[in-house]
Design a protein around this ligand. Structure first.
Ligand code: GLU
Length: 454
C-alpha cells in the first residue's frame, strides 16, 4: 500500500486536513506501507514558503511522519509538460480555443446534459478527449460505486495555452508516478475523481506510466472521507472553536489526544472504544470502518479526552510538557497537585501559577471573602497553621479541620478566605496541597499580607 497526503499550502493545516493526514498515516502504518507527502504548491500566489513550513510544522507536532517527500508539485512542471505532450501526441488531448460561451452555445444546440466536445485547433488550451461512449466508474472504498456517463462529461481543460497544466492533470500524473495505490482524501474531491481517472487511463494508453519493469501501474483505488461538521450540524468553520492544528497546540492539547480524537471523526473501532493509544489505532484502523455520514468535531469532547490523557500521564512526563508549554521550570510539585484538575496544558497556569508567582489581583474575590466573618476565619486559620505539628498535606488538613469545627461553619467558610489569601483568587489546586506546597513560612507571609490588606 502506498498512500499520500497532498495538502495545498494556502494557510495553516486545518482540522479536516489533519484528519486526512492521520487517516493516510494510520493506513500506511497498519499495512506496513508507505506514506508520500506531496505539497501541491502550484498556486504560486497563495503557496508561500511560510505556508509550507506551517504544514510541515503541524505534521511534526502531530507526530505524523512520512516515508517519501515532501515532493513539491511545482518542481514537477517539466514532467507534467512531458506527460501533456504524450497525451497530445497519442490523440487523447487536443488544443482548443473554446470559451465558456462556446461551451454554453454547444449545450444550447446539443442539450444541456450533453458533455462539451471541442474541435481540435492548432493552438489554445488543452482539453482531454473524453471517450464518446461508456462511463467512468469510481469504485469508492467508502461510498461504493458512482457512475459518470461519458456522454454527460465535458472534455475537461487540462492545461492552459502556455502549456502549464491544471490541477486535476497534475494530481493524476503525480499519483501515477508515485505509484500511489490508495487515494484517501476529503469528500469534496469526489467530483474530481472521474477527471483524474480519465487522465490516468489516457496516460496509461499513451504509455507514460513509469513502472521500471515495463508493467502497467494499476490505477489507484479511491476513498473519500466524510465531511466534517461542527456540533450544530453545520460545515466545520472557525466559529466552532480551534480550527487549525496550531490553534489546538496553543490551546494546550496533547498530540496523542488530538490523534485519538481525529481518528474518531468518521471512523470507529466498532465497539464504542473512545480512548485508544496510537498503537491501538494503528492496529485497528481499516477503511471498511470509515463512515459515509458527516462526522462532528466537538471541542468539548476533545477537551474531555485530553483530560483523560493528562490524568493518565506519568508525573515527570506531564511536568516536562507543562514546562515546555509555559516556558517555566521547577513546576513538578505544582503539577502533581494540579494533574487531576486540568484538561489541557493551558489550564495549568491559571489554576496554579499563583502558587509560584504570588497571588493574583482579584478585588471581587477579596471583597467577597476577606471581610467580616471571612477575615475572622482567616485569622483563626493563621493561628492554627502557625501551630500545626507538621506541615504536610495531612498536618495542614488536620489543623484546618479543627478551625472549621471550632467556628462551627461549613468548610468553605474557612477554605475560601484562605484560598483568596494565598492565591488572590477563588481557584487553586486542593487547598491543603497548595498550602503544604507553599510551606509554612510563605503561607503565613501571604496570610499576613491579606490580613493587612495589601
Ligand atoms: N491539494 C488538495 C487539497 O489540499 C488535495 C488533493 C488530493 O488529495 O487529491 O485539498
Amino acid at each position: 500500500m502506498r498512500v499520500r497526503f497532498a495538502p495545498s499550502p494556502t494557510g495553516a493545516l486545518h482540522i479536516g486536513g489533519a484528519r486526512t493526514a492521520l487517516f493516510n498515516w494510520l493506513l500506511a502504518r497498519h499495512a506496513g506501507g508507505e506514506l508520500v507527502l506531496r505539497i501541491e504548491d502550484t498556486d504560486a500566489e497563495r503557496s508561500t514558503p511560510e505556508n509550507v513550513e506551517q504544514i510541515l510544522d503541524a505534521l511534526q507536532w502531530l507526530e505524523l511522519d512520512w516515508d517519501e517527500g515532501p515532493i513539491l508539485q511545482s518542481a514537477r512542471a517539466g514532467r507534467h509538460r512531458e506527460a501533456l505532450q504524450a497525451l497530445l501526441d497519442a490523440g487523447h488531448a487536443y488544443r482548443s480555443n473554446a470559451t465558456a460561451e462556446d461551451v454554453k452555445e454547444y449545450k444550447r444546440l446539443h442539450g444541456a446534459d450533453r458533455g462539451f466536445r471541442g474541435e481540435p485547433e492548432s493552438a489554445g488550451a488543452v482539453r482531454l478527449h473524453v471517450p464518446a461512449d461508456g462511463a467512468t466508474v469510481v469504485h469508492d472504498l467508502i461510498r461504493g460505486e458512482t457512475r459518470f456517463e461519458h456522454v454527460h462529461l465535458d472534455d475537461p481543460v487540462i492545461a492552459r495555452a502556455d502549456g502549464s497544466v491544471l490541477y486535476n492533470f497534475a494530481v493524476a500524473i503525480d499519483d501515477l508516478d508515485a505509484g500511489i495505490t490508495h487515494v484517501v482524501r476529503g469528500e469534496d474531491h469526489l467530483s474530481n475523481t472521474p477527471k483524474q481517472l480519465l487522465v490516468l487511463e489516457a496516460a496509461r494508453d499513451a504509455g507514460i506510466d513509469r513502472s521500471e519493469d515495463g508493467r502497467q501501474t494499476p490505477l489507484p483505488l479511491y476513498a473519500h472521507l466524510p465531511l466534517l461538521h461542527g456540533p450544530d450540524g453545520k460545515k466545520l468553520s472557525k466559529r466552532h472553536g480551534a480550527a487549525s492544528v496550531q490553534e489546538l497546540r496553543d490551546a494546550g492539547y496533547l498530540p496523542e489526544a488530538v490523534r485519538n480524537y481525529l481518528a474518531l471523526l468518521g471512523w470507529g473501532a466498532g465497539d464504542d472504544a473512545t480512548v485508544m493509544s496510537t498503537e491501538e489505532l494503528i492496529e485497528r484502523f481499516t477503511l471498511e470502518r470509515v463512515s459515509r455520514n458527516p462526522a462532528r468535531f466537538d471541542e468539548t469532547k476533545l477537551r474531555w479526552l485530553n483530560g483523560r490523557y493528562i490524568r493518565g500521564m506519568p508525573l515527570g512526563e506531564l511536568t516536562r510538557r507543562i514546562e515546555r508549554f509555559t516556558g517555566r521550570e521547577g513546576l513538578q510539585d505544582a503539577v502533581r497537585i494540579s494533574q487531576e484538575k486540568i484538561h489541557t496544558l493551558a489550564d495549568f497556569w491559571p489554576l496554579a501559577g499563583s502558587l509560584i508567582d504570588g497571588p493574583v489581583e482579584d478585588p471581587s474575590a477579596r471583597e467577597r471573602w476577606l471581610t467580616g466573618d471571612g477575615r475572622a476565619a482567616l485569622a483563626d486559620a493563621r493561628a492554627a497553621l502557625a501551630g500545626a505539628a507538621s506541615f504536610d498535606e495531612a498536618g495542614v488538613g488536620e489543623a484546618l479541620a479543627a478551625v472549621v469545627e471550632g467556628r462551627a461553619v461549613k468548610p468553605r467558610e474557612v477554605y475560601q478566605p484562605l484560598r483568596v489569601a494565598i492565591t488572590g483568587s477563588t481557584v487553586s489546586p486542593g487547598i491543603f496541597e497548595s498550602i503544604a506546597l507553599l510551606g509554612r513560612e510563605e503561607t503565613l507571609r501571604r496570610i499576613d499580607r491579606a490580613l493587612a490588606g495589601d
